[in-house]
Design a protein. Structure first.
Lengths: 232, 232
DNA sequence: CCGAGCCACTTTGCATGCAATTAGTCCCGT
DNA sequence: ACGGGACTAATTGCATGCAAAGTGGCTCGG
């Protein structure tokens, strides 16, 4: 018995909705972000087709979509490789992300529902309850973090903002993991999240915007520092 | 002689490099933005394949890319249609665009080269030299406008910003054309462009940012007003 | 020993065939 | 006459074949 279907959501098994290309896109995106394919690795269509149980056509389509997300680089007639992120890329990416997420927080402040606020609280609570730095814990923290940011962006109710964020939201987990392994940064991040929730609950758009911008830019600076320390 | 090639760069004509899918993508994007395919029109792969002299495969790939740009909507097994923009969409889109282009202007202020400044001046001069409101003039004005904004974004030298803008930059010309048909709005827009260039030349990042934001938000408000007048 | 050129294998990109699904139409029953 | 259901035609989505371009290795010459 094979277990490749573990990478799919249960929903997509019980309800095989959507095209094959979309599934390959989702799964491959997850695999890249999850670090299964390291940056620079070549992505050959035939190997991926075999892995996902389809032909090369949907794989090719998925790769083009991933190129649009900035996760993959395709050179005509030369193939696709997982995009590598250098320090400059990350700074650029985080600054754009800071702008967009700050705007999302601003817009969310006046639209967010009690349910969404409760979901944000729950995400913070779950993150707070976790302690230690096992691999499993780091994974859960990252998932919780993504959920938090996802709720804020969704509350902004701006399709274009969501779409624009897609182009900067995809960063391999390998990079982000350093946040959640460092307990100091983890605590700072959690405090920032609490602050953002409080701002949103108060309906204070500008405060929420500033809090989110601070949060993302803090993450940027920490990431830069870590990269400099590692490369020097 | 036709002038559809105005939407392409000269380079892509003289050097037919790249895959077939990319050409279809560029051409089809130009055709949609140019208004050749009205919103809501179904895009059948076979017809497009015949038009572009390829098979259905590259057309299909181009359609998926255009969906990523928000110009096309694809429903699985039901086909692709040119996306329709309602008033809410346009407001959303212009607000995100205002944020991103303002940031681009901010970043450009400290990086822009004399050559780029000269190119901006030239674009303004060309727009100013044009008068009247013939169809040809409107086309040229829109092309000049796009060139102006393109130079500013390029001067920001932020790949992620450029990428994020792609998702909000594609608006069918039919909508934008109203700016340039109204000579009042045209003059205001031109004055705003001059102001932006002056800010950039002065190296004043915040001023450039504000000027650009004002420019885009002014366009947004004018567009909203026009749409309300037309629909009421 | 090293480099340039050539050849074979690999891989991509496009075209086309085929099955599955949907839209449209017509017929039939009520 | 009108609504429902089945059939047909059209269209999508996927698989695969094939040609072209690229990559790597090998040989041969310097």
């Amino acid at each position: 018995m094979d277990l490749w279907f573990c990478t799919q959501t249960v929903a997509s098994v019980s309800a095989p909705v959507g095209t094959s290309a979309e599934r390959v896109y989702e799964d491959l995106r997850g695999a890249i972000i999850g670090g299964e394919f390291p940056p620079g690795e070549r992505l050959r269509t035939e190997a991926l087709a075999e892995r996902f149980g389809t032909s090369r056509t949907p794989v090719r389509e998925a790769l083009m979509l991933l190129e649009g997300d900035g996760l993959v680089e395709i050179e005509p007639r030369r193939g696709a490789v997982v995009r590598a992120f250098d320090s400059n890329d990350l700074v650029d990416l985080y600054e754009v992300r800071a702008i967009l997420e700050a705007r999302a927080a601003f817009a969310a402040a006046s639209r967010i529902t009690p349910d969404e606020l409760a979901a944000l609280d729950a995400a913070c609570d779950r993150a707070e309850a976790l302690s230690g730095s096992s691999r499993r814990t780091v994974e859960t923290l990252m998932a919780t973090n993504e959920e938090f940011h996802g709720i804020v962006v969704a509350a902004a109710a701006s399709p274009r903002l969501t779409g624009a964020l897609r182009t900067v939201a995809g960063i391999p987990r390998t990079f982000k993991a350093v946040f959640w392994a460092e307990s100091d940064e983890c605590r700072r991040s959690l405090a920032a999240h609490r602050d953002i929730v409080a701002s949103l609950r108060a309906g204070s758009a500008e405060r929420a915007e500033s809090a989110m911008r601070l949060h993302v830019l803090t993450a940027r600076d920490f990431l830069i520092e870590v990269m400099r320390d590692r490369q020097d």
